[in-house]
Design a protein around this ligand. Structure first.
Ligand code: TYD
Ligand code: MG
Length: 450
């Protein structure tokens, strides 16, 4: 009998019975890949339990569910306060961004009481040792294994019973029962499923490394997101040394927290004060530069927005935005044109957030508008002034949340004044030494600085 097959999108995991050129799920072209439907799924895991008894939730013992610190503060923070036993954590990111480095450092920092096994399908033991030496880990006491067959790995794991297991990377692992190549959707799913069962049965915390690829040739971590407890993405610009670890899903904590690292010659270094790192080397009294305080989770972070404007030589002006939403930039240009009367329609505009971070919050609007206006008028903004506020379509300044924490950070970094929305002023605790400039709308705000 002919084996039954289905077609699975390598980009989003959508399944269809017949081949199609375009995936109905994510509209990507040529991403559907044939897979054999296996009716017997037992072979992949342990035999089914003889009986299943529902439990009263209140009687479930959670005393052994506590977290433990992984020894790297920034990583603990992103995980929501440490590693939860039995959790499955996906660490995704572009190849070469530093995932293996981060997890090898985790292995070196983990408390002596917790045992760890690092399984690599990408490097030999020698290479791992060389890398650990480069990271200047004092004594690499953890166990390593180079293997790609998940059944062999499981047998090894069951004999050493580590508290933490690291699988680097999911795309190199395979299950011998699945015929498709390592890295295909079905392999990646099957291996993850096997790891998930093991994590839940034994309370082992498992980190899975997943490379993100643009072309969709290898099943990206997207297809795994629903299977794991936490999804962390390691991001950064290749030519910047700063790396940001972000949680996009976390069953055991908030998804707003970020961890900031710097890639150095001896591995990743934690950055305790991202604000001073992002403001390092800021030009003094240069037109087009403005400073904002954005909230990254519970942490206020100062960032510099830079804008450059010049007269366009074509009919349609060029607009470019790095680190900030392109449409937001266009919107602010429209507001400045219509509500303030700046003649920007024949101006090319380039906006950049310094340091390779991304600003997604509406509270950055005011600083964005100020940087554009300052670039247009070739007038610098006082370098001791920061600006916080959302701008509406009529040019009004709207209140933003957590103003006090933001102001405290602004003051801490040595700023003397801060522009804020009038609506935020009521009952506001203002840090000593900081002058507050409240404004109703963008025109008023511009009056203060330019
Ligand atoms: P790696 O952790 O191998 O990336 P991934 O596992 O995400 O593919 O990181 C590789 C990059 O990091 C490589 O380009 C070199 C750089 N690097 C340093 O700059 N310093 C270091 O100490 C190490 C170990 C790597
Ligand atoms: Mg790697």
């Amino acid at each position: 009998m002919k084996a039954k097959t289905k077609f699975v999108c390598t980009a989003c995991g959508y399944e269809v019975p017949k081949w199609m050129g375009k995936c109905p799920g994510c509209n990507a072209w040529n991403t559907l890949e044939e897979e054999i439907i296996r009716t017997e799924r037992k072979s992949a895991g342990s035999a089914p339990a003889a009986s299943a008894t529902p439990l009263r939730l209140s009687s479930v013992d959670t005393s052994d569910q506590q977290r433990f610190s992984c020894g790297i503060r920034e990583l603990d923070r992103v995980l929501g306060g440490g590693i939860v036993r039995g959790s499955l954590i996906l660490v995704g990111g572009d190849p070469g961004i530093g995932k293996s480095t981060l997890l090898l450092q985790l292995a070196g920092h983990l408390d002596k009481q917790a045992s760890l096994l690092y399984v690599s399908g990408e490097e030999s033991e020698k290479q791992l040792k060389l890398r650990a030496d480069r990271l200047q880990e004092k004594e690499a006491e953890y166990l390593v294994l180079t293997e790609t067959d998940i059944t062999v790995i499981r047998a090894a794991v069951e004999s050493v019973k580590p508290d933490v297991l690291i699988i680097d990377s999911i795309q190199t692992m395979y299950h011998p029962d699945v015929s498709s190549a390592p890295g295909s959707v079905s392999q990646v799913r099957e291996v993850t499923l096997s790891l998930m069962r093991y994590a839940k049965e034994t309370g082992t915390a498992i980190f899975i490394v997943g490379h993100v690829t643009k072309d969709g040739a290898i099943a990206g971590p997207k297809v795994l997101e629903h299977m794991v407890d936490s999804v962390l993405y390691f991001e950064g610009e290749r030519n910047h040394s700063y790396r940001v670890l972000r949680a996009v899903k976390n069953r055991f904590g908030s998804t707003n927290e970020i961890g900031v690292f710097e890639m150095t010659g001896a591995g990743l270094r934690e950055v305790e004060n991202p604000s001073s790192m992002l403001l390092e080397g800021r030009p003094d009294s240069a037109p087009g530069s403005a400073v904002v305080c954005t909230m990254e989770g519970t942490r206020p972070v100062l960032a510099e927005i830079q804008a450059l404007l010049c007269t366009s030589s074509f009919g349609v002006p060029r607009r470019m935005a790095t680190g900030i939403d392109y449409n937001r930039v266009n919107l602010m240009i429209a507001v400045l044109e219509k509500r303030v009367g700046l003649n920007l329609q024949n101006q090319d505009a380039y906006v950049n957030i310094v340091g390779g971070i991304r600003l997604d919050e509406p509270a950055v609007d005011l600083a964005l508008a100020l940087s554009i206006a300052s670039a247009f008028r070739s007038t610098p903004i006082d370098s001791h002034l920061a600006a916080i506020g959302e701008i509406g379509l009529t040019g009004e300044l709207r209140a933003v949340s957590q103003m006090e924490r933001r102001l405290a950070e602004v003051e801490k970094l040595g700023f003397k004044a801060c522009l804020i929305p009038q609506a935020n002023v009521k009952n506001l605790q203002i840090p000593k030494g900081l002058r507050i400039l409240p404004a109703q709308n963008i025109t008023e705000a511009l009056g203060f600085v330019l």
